[in-house]
Write a protein that binds this ligand. Structure first.
Ligand code: F6R
Length: 267
């Protein structure tokens, strides 16, 4: 895994936005996998800025979100539908018909999950998947002990995840118990993964994911087997990594052609 450590989450988020923008410019009809939660918000803000100020064009981009709560209507403010419109979709020129988010109100959850997998396939697969990580090590909502080969399905949140997400709801008991989430196997089929983690409270999950043994007890650790996975961290999230200094050394000595922040000519 390529580990990129920046002093602040803002700086790391700008790099993440450049990685996505480079993909969108190189392949305007690319397929993006998106995440919600607090972590990607500064990166989405930067993408919105690039759209407004630099004309970054999302008109041909297709998106698939990782997950949605079961039982929340799209218009409910805590739904991931509402989150995505608030933080990204309302501010860029993505086409509504190319946006995909699991339907947490689907009467037949199994059929909804199968249809979601089929839609990803029909779109040609996901070119780049944005991921956050739970303090317990989940990606998507694949909690500890999730099958590393799992596909999109219903999952039950841990009490820890409900507590972590209570800030969006008021009380932990108001956080829905169930979610629809892409599986670990679904995530592993994406062509590139961008894992974002910020803050000291993510440091243990990151050390388990990046340097620990691969185990369903730390679902993010399977990303060590992904051919193109980048972890974008701030100092806090990176603070427990044994090879911390080495990752910084590698990033500082990247050949120019491998750098993410490309010089752009005006006009
Ligand atoms: C969200 C998702 C989750 C979050 C994770 C971290 O779509 O799939 O895995 O990325 O729970 O959440 P934050 O960023 O709020 O710490």
């Amino acid at each position: 895994m390529e580990v990129i450590i920046q002093p602040t989450s803002e700086q790391a988020s700008v790099i993440g936005a450049h990685i996505i923008a480079n993909l969108v410019r190189d392949n305007p009809a690319c397929v993006l996998g998106l995440a919600t939660g607090g972590t990607p918000i500064p990166m989405y803000n930067e993408l919105v800025r690039m759209h407004r100020e630099e004309g970054l064009d999302f008109s041909r981009v297709t998106t698939f979100n990782l997950d949605e709560y079961v039982g929340l209507r799209p218009e409910q403010p805590q739904s991931y539908h509402a989150f995505m419109w608030e933080h990204l979709f309302s501010h860029i020129n993505v086409a509504r018909e190319r946006i995909h988010i699991p339907n947490g109100m689907a009467p037949d959850i199994v059929a909804e999950c199968e249809a979601y997998e089929a839609a990803i396939k029909a779109a040609g697969g996901i070119d780049l998947q944005v991921l956050g990580i739970g303090s317990g090590g989940h990606i998507g909502f694949n909690e500890k002990s999730s099958s590393l080969a799992s596909r999109t399905r219903i999952k039950t949140l841990t009490a820890q995840t409900q507590e972590d997400n209570a800030r969006f709801f008021g009380r932990p008991e108001d956080v829905p118990m169930h979610v629809i989430t892409m599986g670990v196997g679904t995530i592993m089929e994406t062509r590139q993964v961008l894992l974002l983690a910020f803050g000291q409270h993510k440091a243990q999950a990151i050390v388990d994911a990046v340097e620990g043994p691969i185990s369903a007890m730390h679902p993010a650790s399977i990303l060590q087997m992904h051919p193109v996975a980048k972890a974008l961290l701030d100092d806090g999230a990176a603070s427990k990594l044994a090879l911390n200094e080495y990752y910084r050394w590698v990033y500082d000595h990247k050949p120019d052609w491998q750098r993410f922040v490309r010089k752009r000519s005006k006009g």
